[in-house]
Design a protein around this ligand. Structure first.
Ligand code: 5AD
Ligand code: SF4
Length: 467
């Protein structure tokens, strides 16, 4: 049995949601089979895993949290930094070991790393126990690949991304309260250090009508919060003729009336005044912006291909802070880009001291094969880069703590989503401006928004009690 070719399916469905694709019956083949999935990397990958889970369950699999119990292990991988590669191949060692005891175990590698030619070669040469490899452009072909697997390695990675195909709301969402909603795939920015435009392909926006319908569906099904997802959400719609822009999309989604709307990630380059006004205008567009800086040195920003100066960035930052009430801003920073001098690094510290971020994800630059930066000469030692990272983190953590301490005694609206990881007697959730709060309260409050009084603050979380 074969799945219909997806492009033909798209023609038939004339851009409508293609449910037909899922009416095929695999239930006998995979009935009673279990899958175990491990996800590395960004929210995009987490959401892709939700799609993979839904596909597998449609064809008869059920999920297990114990790898030893599974018939299929899926590793959904990230390629942004080298250490992600090491972690995945470290874990594959465990899978190989398990396969010695369980001969029929199917091992599957997918996601961004699977789009890297060097990784595919590594699998072919060194990791022959892996059964299936598929990339970010052909998740929907997984059921077919499972059927076709007859004791041979099945590599199916597409270098060219297809059109966006709507397959309905087919995700096994991890949460019943907060949902990821893809608004676009890929990225056209080609920052010189970044592998994403190569692994995830060119920017492809979903149609606004499909996004709006998905958000309506989520609201009707009790979701309180949605996060619009894209590598560069502000550029939404620019790749489709006659499509609305991101501000218009945000406004349309806000009008649906779901309680909380968030979005990640923004690029400072495409961030418009109109966007700031919409976030300020609607109560349900949350006052939280993740605004990656990457470097505070204009020389390095230019080498990174970021297309803004620190002056432009700070101007945008100030506008956001002035216009959006209570807004929190976080960022991403890379230290040790090729030949970053002490002076360049200190410029980054200066911007951090100006913006006093609520939080920052900080990384040591990691050369990725095939990106322009990977062939730049670099004389800075790893030790020096590690020292810089430590200096940066100390400053970043100091501001996170200071910003959090300012909230002690205030009442914050918290959407309680989970049992706290730190203390199983508590629930945890996020304030409107994305601060994690641990709250001692009744477990029945999961999925509700509560007024919480903040009683203590640390760099990465707050403690609170129900008002
Ligand atoms: N090395 C280190 N950090 C990187 N990032 C992206 N590519 C690299 C790289 N080659 C960081 C950026 C980006 C975040 C998701 O990962 O800061 O915003
Ligand atoms: Fe990578 Fe730059 Fe695109 Fe972000 S905007 S995904 S850093 S290329």
């Amino acid at each position: 049995m074969n799945l219909p070719n997806m492009l033909e399916a798209k023609k038939r469905s004339k851009n409508k949601v293609n449910y037909e694709y899922f009416n095929l019956d695999y239930s006998d083949k995979f009935k009673d089979k279990k899958y175990y999935i491990r996800t590395y990397g960004c929210q995009m990958n987490v959401h892709d895993s939700e799609e993979i889970k839904a596909l597998l369950e449609r064809i008869g699999f059920s999920e297990t949290n114990t790898m030893e119990e599974s018939d299929l292990v899926i590793l959904n991988t990230c390629a942004v930094r080298e250490n992600a590669h090491d972690k995945v191949f470290g874990f594959l060692g465990r899978c190989k070991h398990l396969k010695k005891e369980k001969k029929d175990l199917i091992i599957c590698l997918c996601g961004c790393m699977a789009q890297e030619e060097s990784v595919v070669n590594e699998v072919l040469n060194k990791h022959k126990y892996i059964d299936i490899v598929f990339g970010t452009h052909n998740i929907n072909e997984l059921p077919n690949m499972l059927l076709e697997k007859i004791d041979k390695l099945n590599i199916n990675v597409k270098s060219i991304e297809g059109d966006v195909i709507e397959v309905g709301n087919l995700y096994k969402r991890d949460s019943k309260t907060s949902a990821w909603v893809n608004i676009m795939y890929g990225c056209d920015k080609f920052c010189t250090y970044c592998i994403v435009p190569y692994t995830r392909g060119k920017q492809r926006s979903r149609k606004s009508i499909d996004i709006i319908n998905e958000v309506k569906y989520l609201k009707e099904n009790g979701y309180k919060e949605i996060t619009l997802l894209g590598q560069n959400v502000n550029a939404y719609g620019k790749d489709i003729e006659n499509e609305i822009n991101f501000s218009e999309l945000l406004e349309s989604v806000a009008k649906i009336g779901i309680e909380r709307i968030r979005f990640v990630t923004s690029h400072p380059w495409d961030f418009t005044d109109e966007m700031i006004d919409i976030i300020a205008k609607y109560d349900n567009t949350m006052p939280y912006i993740h605004l990656p800086l990457q470097s505070g040195s204009d020389r390095i920003l230019k080498l990174m291909g970021r297309r803004y100066t620190t002056e432009e960035y700070i101007k945008l930052y100030n506008k956001i802070k002035e216009k959006i009430n209570n807004v929190a801003v976080t960022t991403d920073i890379i230290v040790g880009f090729p030949n970053e001098t002490e002076e360049d690094f200190e410029s980054t510290l200066n911007v951090v001291n100006t913006c006093k971020y609520d939080g920052a994800f900080t990384f040591i630059y990691s050369p990725r094969i095939g990106t322009p930066a990977a062939s730049m000469e670099d004389k800075i030692s790893l030790k020096e880069k590690e020292e810089r990272l430590q200096r940066l983190n100390e400053i970043v953590n100091k501001y996170s703590l200071e910003n959090n301490q300012k909230l002690i005694g205030s009442i914050q609206k918290v959407l309680l989503t989970d049992i706290s990881e730190k203390d199983s007697k508590k629930l945890c959730g996020y304030t409107e401006n994305m601060k994690l709060v641990n709250v001692e309260c009744d477990k029945n409050l999961i999925g509700t928004i509560q007024n919480v009084e903040i009683i203590d603050a640390k760099s990465f979380s707050l403690d609170g009690i129900i008002e």
